[in-house]
Design a protein around this ligand. Structure first.
Ligand SMILES: *Cc1c(COP(=O)(O)O)cnc(C)c1O
Length: 511
């Protein structure tokens, strides 16, 4: 039975239960929660887990991290079953072969056609369960989840939290600046606890600034018990570990032991889950970080320096917007482990708690320097430790479109989304570095979610290409015919007024 507790990467000797780590998300000192130890797999995991369904596999793996007194085993199984019943295919995350020794792990068969569903379907049910447990014990906790989206990821949060008791969700988007399909995905959700909010005259950065400002207003934050379901939440990482094992079992036996996973990366949550899978004992070679032109991670893995490009142009808008990041939030978790593993012999001789504290101190130093100067050099030992498990490539917008064309023009045409294309371009470049490997590239979205890039890549090259006919699934097209409900507001005051109004029990009028 799991005894795992959680501590903050940035220090403090306090350890938390799974419940507390998940409901808090970010630690008060700005750190991220990680488990006190990485559990061991059962000795005979390979024979015992062969042939399990995705949900059964998930239950086995998550049980290693979730203690019975947080979520009893039968309840955890029920949460997992309900989370993956919403997926359209029995494998949940099926593996598609694209060439000899090359596979794509399709993570987008959930309700919003993007990989964030794998984590957020689970997280929504976990939040509802943990709040329910507290409220049954006499608490009266109501959570207000507030987030901003540039269009592509808001729907996964909404589908994760729709209809959940004790939770209300507000997702802000820039009015008129998201695609009709993206808007339809959010605005056609009818549940009473969902507020899809169009912020007039705003761009995505403005929406995000409003969210930040609400969170940092201590009294507003406390009176509404604001929560986030962002990618640093431990429960999200946990849910994502499962599909790396699933991929292993879906591969032919002679291909399993030499896998290179290639992961389109932004906030480092997806690939970090792969790293935990490897540390748990999943046999695989390395993890390959695929970045777009926002390449701070690719630069780290080649130089050992983590540095912002420059302070003026923070983030470049690319064709793979879900990977447009200035700093990669979950990377901090890996950095803590790197700090821990590169300690001096003297430090390594210390007890577990002293070593943990020393790694926290090192990480704090790095984060302070990054904040102060925009760059930090972690040195040769850290760079080498990282290089044992990872490498990285940067893929330009131009190469992203070329990769979409390449797969669409293959013998068996396969239309991929621009994020997946960044992964596949990385795979193609990486092959000479590790001949004789099995390549598994993670596909993070259905191409219909990113019509602009897909259209741009294919319309000229294939004159009879038709997005609606060739790419758009009928189920997504049908959403456009359904009634929509959107709340239009202007500025931060408008957002706050809407949240207040809902809290008072009034029913605001949609646009
Ligand atoms: C979020 C997202 C990514 C990046 O995943 P991280 O866990 O942030 O690295 C890649 N592709 C798509 C489509 C996404 O939505």
């Amino acid at each position: 039975m799991s005894q795992t507790r959680y501590f903050s990467t940035r220090g403090g000797s306090e350890t938390l239960s799974f419940d507390e780590a998940v409901l808090r998300g970010l630690a008060p000192n700005g750190g991220l929660y990680i488990p006190t130890e990485i559990p061991a797999l059962p000795a005979n995991w390979e024979s015992e887990w062969e042939g399990l369904t995705f949900s059964e596999l998930s239950h086995r793996i998550l049980s290693l991290f979730v203690p019975e007194d947080s979520i009893p085993s039968a309840d955890l199984k029920d949460i997992i079953d309900r989370s993956y019943a919403t997926f359209r295919v029995p494998e949940v995350t099926p593996l598609r072969q694209t060439a000899e020794g090359e596979y794509v792990l399709e993570l987008w068969h959930g309700p919003t056609w993007a990989f964030k569903d794998v984590a957020l379907q689970f997280v929504g049910n976990v939040f509802a369960y943990l709040l329910g447990k507290r409220n049954d014990a006499g608490a009266n906790e109501q959570l207000t989840v507030l987030g901003a989206t540039s269009g592509d990821t808001g729907s996964a949060a909404i589908y994760g939290l729709r209809s959940k008791p004790a939770i209300t969700i507000f997702i802000l988007y820039p009015d008129g600046r998201i695609s009709p399909i993206q808007q339809a995905q959010m605005a056609t959700v009818e549940d009473a606890n969902v507020y899809t909010v169009a912020v007039q005259g705003a761009d995505f950065d403005k929406c995000q600034a409003i969210v930040k400002s609400c969170f940092s207003d201590a009294s507003f934050n406390a009176s509404h018990r604001l929560g986030a379901v962002n990618s640093i939440n431990w429960a999200r990482i946990l849910a994502q570990i499962v599909y790396y094992f699933q991929a292993y079992f879906l591969l032919p036996k002679d291909k399993r032991d030499k896998v290179q996973f290639v992961v389109p990366t932004g906030n480092f949550g997806d690939i970090l889950a792969g790293w935990y899978a490897k540390r748990l004992g999943l046999p695989c070679r390395q993890l390959v970080v695929a970045t777009n032109e926002n390449d701070i991670l690719a630069r780290f893995f080649s130089t050992g320096r983590y540095e912002r490009e420059d302070s003026s142009a923070e983030v470049k808008a690319t064709y793979s917007p879900a990977m447009d990041i200035a700093l990669s939030s979950n990377f901090e978790r890996l950095l803590w482990y790197l700090a821990h593993e590169t300690q001096s012999a003297e430090q390594q001789a210390q007890g577990a708690e002293e070593r943990r504290a020393a790694a926290q101190a090192t990480l704090n130093g790095w984060m302070d320097e990054l904040k102060r100067t925009g760059r930090v050099d972690m040195g040769a030992a850290v760079k080498e430790a990282a290089a044992r498990e990872f490498w990285a490539e940067r893929v330009s917008d131009e190469d992203t479109l070329a990769e979409i064309r390449k797969y669409a023009g293959a013998g068996t045409p396969y239309v991929v989304d621009p994020h997946t294309a960044v992964g596949l371009a990385t795979q193609a470049r990486s092959k000479p570095r590790a001949p004789d490997s099995t390549w598994v590239t993670l596909s993070t979205a259905h191409p219909a979610k990113f019509s602009e890039a897909v259209d741009l890549a294919l319309t000229q090259a294939f004159p009879d290409f038709d997005f609606r006919r060739d790419v758009l699934p009928p189920a997504l097209a049908a959403l456009e015919q359904l009634p929509q409900r959107v709340y239009k507001v202007s500025g931060e005051d408008g957002v706050r007024a809407l949240i207040e109004q809902v809290k008072r029990g009034e029913k605001p009028t949609p646009a």
